[in-house]
Design a protein around this ligand. Structure first.
Ligand SMILES: C[S@@+](CC[C@H](N)C(=O)[O-])C[C@H]1O[C@@H](n2cnc3c(N)ncnc32)[C@H](O)[C@@H]1O
Length: 448
């Protein structure tokens, strides 16, 4: 018997929890293999993301109703209860009766009479009595953590770094589904031309708010269009598009992108350079480097030379002052992209941050000699953490006295970003609530 959408959701969520698998990859793979129709795919996506996004809140809601304690339940029962409470509390369109009935049917199929009775009892009690009120919690860190389902340590860290108000806004924004945005391949067409081509393929689209290269997809099946297949656009968040602009590469230059896979920013740089010059793109493993080549081919970009290389060892292959510009879009904790990959907030631990920062600094120090005098180095991350961002830059500058913050970065970024209260000389942190994009950090330094 084929599985229904809620059973598939339970399976996917269990695998994510057990194997620390990435939700987006596993979900895409499951959707490809399943025979679910478009409506069920929508529900599956909502159940999986919603349940991961609200995990701790759901557990808080369940806690008083599960007498023996949630942690004592089999993993699948806990997941089944979470997706059911998620639907009861957050999805208005599904009648409560149907939610309880579906959960009990799955419990009967996978377990025994006792379990289905317990699931029935818990869900009916929640229906009758309602869930506990989080507003009763006095401690602001605990309250933000539970209301928005973020680990308490992370909320505390953000409150220390950004204050309570910005932390609350950031945590709330992390629960909002991200907009689908694409970057126009400016070697092929203008933004206006692409919007009208998309309309002809029944995809409604409009200009992005932040980046001059961005189009927001309002509705329709983007990935099935010829516009996408023929390389007129690349899916990318608007804040990521600012990184290419920040580096400011122009046609004819020799540019290195040392943490390049899957190639989102490399291809942007090549487009910006009108496919003239050379971009040396590096990443650790060959399978990731293949993704860069695949993107370059789809977009018709021939100036990208992609190689598997550890950025920390590039000095062994390249002479000093080999490049006009270098981009280090570094590995990071990913705390800026929680709305896209909600599992990040549960997978990463506070002690990981110091280890990640070490790698970031090692990469920066290793590539510093490879930049020409007068050249530009952009260091960016998709995290908001100050240790990985400002502090990494500070440490780098104290190790490398020939580098200075780039006073001209501002001119290469849009006005709204220039005016952000988080803009400092040569660097800016974008929090997700600032422009409803991913959180990002962009800094630019010049070598004297
Ligand atoms: C944030 S991602 C880069 C995203 C990419 N710039 C884009 O826009 O599509 C960071 C990348 O750094 C790579 N990486 C991590 N350590 C590295 C190292 N020592 N040398 C080169 N690449 C590394 C990871 O494999 C990962 O693909």
């Amino acid at each position: 018997m084929s599985k229904n959408v809620r059973e598939v959701a339970v399976d996917v969520l269990m695998q994510i929890e057990k194997n620390q698998a990435y939700s987006n990859l596993l979900l895409n793979q499951t959707i490809k293999q399943s025979k679910l129709d478009r409506r069920d795919i929508g529900l599956l996506t909502e159940l999986v993301y919603g349940t991961i996004q609200r995990r701790d809140t759901l557990d808080y809601f369940l806690h008083p109703f599960v007498k023996k304690g949630l942690h004592k339940l089999d993993a699948w029962v806990k997941v089944l209860l979470r997706i059911s409470v998620y639907q009861l509390v957050y999805l208005d369109r599904i009648p409560d009766r149907a939610i309880v009935h579906e959960a009990v049917t799955i419990a009967k199929k996978r377990g025994h009479q006792g379990i289905s009775g317990m699931v029935n009892g818990v869900l009916r009690s929640i229906q009758r009595e309602g869930v506990p009120d989080i507003k009763d919690l006095k401690d602001p860190v605990k309250r933000i953590a539970l209301e928005t389902s973020h680990p308490e340590w992370l909320v505390k860290r953000w409150v220390d770094q950004f204050g309570e108000e910005d932390t609350r806004l950031m945590c709330e924004e992390n629960l909002v589904s991200p907009a689908v945005t694409v970057r126009v391949n400016q070697t092929r067409a203008t933004r206006a031309q692409v919007i009208s081509m998309l309309q002809k393929e029944e995809v409604e689209a409009k200009e992005g708010d932040l980046s001059e290269d961005a189009i927001i997809i309002v509705s329709g099946q983007l990935f099935e269009t010829n516009v996408f297949k023929e390389g007129y656009v690349t899916a990318q968040d608007e804040s990521s598009m600012l990184v290419g602009r920040a580096l400011g590469s122009v046609p004819g230059e020799r540019v290195a992108d040392v943490c390049a896979a899957p190639g989102g920013k490399t291809t942007h740089l090549a487009e910006q350079m009108n496919n003239e010059g050379t971009i040396y793109a590096f990443d650790l493993h060959e399978h990731k480097v293949k993704l860069i080549r695949g993107q370059a081919n789809r977009l018709g970009l021939s100036i990208i030379e992609a190689t598997a290389q550890d950025a920390r060892k590039l000095q062994e292959e390249y002479e000093s002052e080999s490049f006009d510009r270098i981009l280090v879009d570094a590995p990071c904790s990913g705390f800026g992209v929680i709305k896209r990959k909600p599992d990040i907030k549960w997978a990463k631990k506070e002690e990981d941050i110091a280890a990640i920062q070490k790698v970031q600094l090692a990469i920066l120090d290793a590539i510093a000699p490879l930049l020409k005098k007068g050249g530009t180095l952009v260091y960016s991350t998709c995290t908001v953490d100050k240790d990985e961002n400002e502090q990494t830059v500070d440490l780098f500058l104290s190790n490398q006295p020939t580098f200075k913050m780039d006073g001209q970065l501002k001119e290469r970024l849009p006005l709204q970003v220039q005016q952000s209260k988080r803009f400092k000389e040569g660097m800016v942190t974008i929090l997700p609530q600032d422009f409803k994009t991913d959180g990002f950090f962009i800094s630019s330094m010049v070598k004297q």
